[in-house]
Design a protein around this ligand. Structure first.
Ligand SMILES: *[C@@H]1O[C@H](CO)[C@@H](O)[C@H](O)[C@H]1NC(C)=O
Ligand SMILES: *[C@@H]1O[C@H](CO)[C@@H](O)[C@H](O)[C@H]1NC(C)=O
Ligand SMILES: *[C@@H]1O[C@H](CO)[C@@H](O)[C@H](O)[C@H]1NC(C)=O
Ligand SMILES: *[C@@H]1O[C@H](CO)[C@@H](O)[C@H](O)[C@H]1NC(C)=O
Ligand SMILES: CC(=O)N[C@H]1CO[C@H](CO)[C@@H](O)[C@@H]1O
Length: 308
């Protein structure tokens, strides 16, 4: 009995002390609780009290519906993003802050897709991913890959320069089983995984050729010279040569003429009329026919009368 009394007295002292701290504007007795909820759902905020209390949002009293304010919690219906904030509940008599909740509204990650291309074969594979639905919350990605089903996981190194992309720089050429990329998106409301199996040689796709240009050939009245450079991302053009497709047309004409593939990095464009302006683009492909053709390069234009 005596011990209980002492204990109660100590508790009262403790509560009085904390009350002062609270009413002088200091918080700290209660850590801020982080609460994450899905947008357009109902939110229940709990208050740690048995006494009469009121709720405030960012310090302003909430005029709540009586029906939805129980002794210990406040229910918010179909909550929107703009209702985020710091919710505090206070003892009506002492003004003490009893609970402090930071409410964050968003969505769990959904609709995740990923793709990989070996644009720098055989040195690197670049993978990208996309969440087709904005979670409106900080979402992190875990990106791993492995060969077949039994090999250990390796990290697909995420790029700081390009968001939502990672680089695989350690892989076997002509592996007998597919690689498996695992992209997992995670936030406080959930996680989702997208698995992408791929065979490296099937996803070879160079970047488009660069520095595509058209020039006049001195003394030549029926041809223009089209030249280009291999994409700089293709690391070993001597060991792994590229071949090229070319498409060109007279500016204003409806259809392109597409020719190739050629191994050289120039082409003589035939020109029938002195005044015609010709436009041309080039695409690259791995010499061995593995993988896919690059996208078309930037367009170059020119005419026999000089650059247009
Ligand atoms: C109640 O406390 C809050 C801070 O928690 C303070 O801003 C407010 O002025 C206080 N009100 C009264 C009546 O003491
Ligand atoms: C996301 O996926 C769900 C079901 O998987 C689908 O109903 C919805 O249309 C998708 N949304 C988008 C934006 O792709
Ligand atoms: C998201 O992350 C940023 C930077 O790390 C941080 O400042 C911010 O508070 C975070 N937002 C949420 C809702 O966690
Ligand atoms: C994918 O990665 C996540 C996160 O690392 C992991 O939890 C999950 O088991 C992986 N799934 C597969 C099929 O490897
Ligand atoms: C009047 C009002 O907003 N009532 C709602 C209180 O919250 C419950 C859910 O907890 C709803 O079903 C009521 O419609």
């Amino acid at each position: 009995m005596g011990i209980t009394l002492i204990f109660t007295a100590l508790l009262v002292l403790y509560l009085n002390g904390s009350m002062e701290a609270e009413s002088s504007g200091k918080m700290g007795l209660h850590p801020v609780r982080q609460q994450y909820q899905q947008i357009e759902t109902d939110v229940v905020l709990h208050c740690d009290t048995l006494s009469d209390m009121e709720w405030r949002l960012n310090g302003k009293k909430i005029h709540h519906n009586k029906e939805n304010l129980s002794k210990t919690h406040l229910t918010l219906l179909q909550v929107h993003k703009d209702q985020e904030g710091i919710y505090t509940c206070h003892d009506i008599h002492s003004n003490q802050t009893l609970t402090e909740i930071e409410l964050h509204m968003g969505f769990p990650p959904m609709n995740l897709t990923s793709r990989c291309w070996a644009t720098s074969y055989p040195e690197q594979i670049q993978c990208t991913w996309n969440l087709h639905h904005d979670t409106q919350l900080n979402t992190t990605f875990i990106t791993t890959y492995r060969l077949g089903l039994s090999e250990p996981d390796s990290q697909c190194e995420q790029s700081k320069l390009h968001p939502n992309s990672c680089i695989i720089s350690d892989f076997q050429m002509f592996a007998e089983v597919p690689y498996l990329l695992n992209v997992t998106a995670k936030n406080p409301l959930g996680s989702i995984t997208h698995l992408l199996p791929f065979i490296v040689e099937d996803i070879i796709r160079p970047d488009p050729p660069e520095n595509v240009r058209i020039s006049i050939i001195t003394g030549e009245s029926r041809k223009l010279l089209l030249r280009w450079d291999p994409p700089h991302s293709w690391p070993l053009p001597e060991m792994f040569p590229l071949k090229y497709l070319i498409r060109y047309k007279r500016v204003g004409a409806k259809y392109y003429k597409t020719i190739g593939p050629y191994e050289q990095s120039y082409f003589y464009l035939p020109v029938t009329q002195l005044r015609s302006v010709i436009q041309a683009q080039v695409a690259a492909k791995d010499f061995t026919d593995f993988g896919e053709i690059s996208e078309w390069s930037m367009e170059a234009t020119g005419s026999l009368l000089g650059l247009s």
